[in-house]
Design a protein around this ligand. Structure first.
Ligand SMILES: [Zn+2]
Length: 392
């Protein structure tokens, strides 16, 4: 049994300053500080710092020099280790738009990696997240859309088979042809379906919400707001997200993609219960390189890394973040998001969106003991993956 003493425990709705967290592989219970600790208990002194549940990142492509699509042996584990060191204890492994053969091979490797299990010092993969390939060229951002792809039954079934049924999230542009077929297919499999890299107007987003598009991919990045189509004004993805309470959203929390006022506005309207913070990290996350590649090593797009963010070489678009989830938490706190809300958006809310809140996302008894120990300045000190300290 492990015990963390002298820490401030952060729950989704309050902070608990005088409690002790007891855990093994799972969270055992929250005890009073005056209680006698169990015998042979290993005690960690938080020294007045904070005790948080592990981060759940529902949108992440890579880190530590590797992308989840890289064919190189060890690439996937390297990404999992890098993010675990920064407090992410579970994640969705995200793909992007790339040549078919690269995507198919990548999905196949990820499906196998999920079944093999994560290395003991790497975060758990909750499933495969397909960001594309059914995106609108008009909202491509840094996605390399060379030809407009639309979903077909045959390709969807192929993707599902390659992943061994491990696709848990699929982002697409609902204004494209065949989206009724797509929505019915994802709904049947219980796959989280998200509006992403889309030029849709609010009417389209709201009608596809009814068909199962319940989430918005990186709100404010490659999304629409109110605009004119011909001589008629329309709301955009942003307005639809704010209007429909059932829609959940994610914001890239690197402090570069979304400005302070915008993040605060989103928390004010959607609340921490509907807003997840994500890294959308690419391979350069956690490194200090100045040049990198967005996507798989051989087919990807060369990018530059400057001012703490990846950019296309002509600086026409950001090309993913180089952040880790500890950075996202500190960004939200610096912007003025209350502590419990900021933590919820990095933990329980993404766990709920990913459908794993029964075992991830909070310090409730019975959940996996994914636990983070921060000092008073929110520098991460210790990470426990299912009760095991990383780096031991
Ligand atoms: Zn992404």
């Amino acid at each position: 049994m492990n015990a963390i003493v002298n820490g401030v425990l952060v729950t989704p709705d309050r902070t608990l300053p005088d409690k002790v967290l007891l855990f093994d592989g799972r969270i055992e219970r929250i005890a009073d500080k005056n209680e006698q600790l169990p015998q042979d208990c290993r005690v960690y002194d938080a020294a007045g710092g904070y005790v948080l549940p592990g981060f759940v990142d529902i949108h992440v492509h890579g880190g530590g020099g590797y992308d989840f699509l890289d064919a190189e042996p060890g690439a996937i584990d390297a990404v999992l280790r890098l993010h675990a060191r920064h407090g992410t204890t579970s994640l969705l492994a995200t793909t992007l738009t790339c040549p078919d053969e690269v995507l198919y091979a990548g999905i196949e490797r990820l499906g196998r990696a999920i079944e093999d299990g994560a290395p003991s010092d790497g975060c758990e993969i909750l499933g495969v997240h397909l960001e594309g390939p059914y995106f609108a060229a008009a909202a491509k951002g840094a996605q390399a859309i060379r030809e407009q792809k639309i979903p077909t039954q045959a390709e969807l079934d192929k993707l599902d088979a390659l992943s061994r049924g491990h696709i848990v999230r699929f982002d697409a542009a609902p204004e494209l042809p065949n989206m009724d077929l797509f929505a019915a297919w994802t709904k049947k499999r219980g796959i989280l379906t998200s509006v992403g890299h889309s030029a849709a107007n609010a009417e389209t987003v709201l009608s596809y919400y009814e068909k199962g598009f319940t989430h918005i991919t990186h709100l404010y990045c490659s999304t629409t707001t109110e605009h004119k189509e011909g001589q008629t004004v329309h709301g955009g993805i942003v307005e639809a997200a704010y209007l429909e309470d059932g829609i959940t959203v994610e914001l890239i929390g690197d402090g570069k993609h979304v400005p302070r006022e915008t993040m605060l506005l989103c928390f004010k309207i959607k609340g921490a219960e509907k807003t997840a913070l994500v890294t959308d990290a690419m391979r350069a996350a956690g490194t200090n390189v100045t040049g990198s590649i967005l996507g798989e090593k051989h087919s990807g797009t060369p990018v530059i890394v400057e001012d703490g963010v990846a950019k296309l070489c002509d600086r026409s678009s950001f090309a993913g973040s180089v952040a880790t989830m500890d950075v996202c938490l500190r960004t939200a706190l610096r912007y003025g998001v209350p502590l419990t809300d900021a933590v919820r958006s990095c933990t329980l809310t993404p766990a709920e969106i990913a459908g794993v809140a029964d075992r991830k996302g909070s310090l409730d008894p019975g959940k996996d003991a994914d636990v983070l120990l921060f000092d008073r300045d929110f520098t991460l000190k210790t990470v426990f993956l299912k009760g095991k300290e990383i780096g031991e």
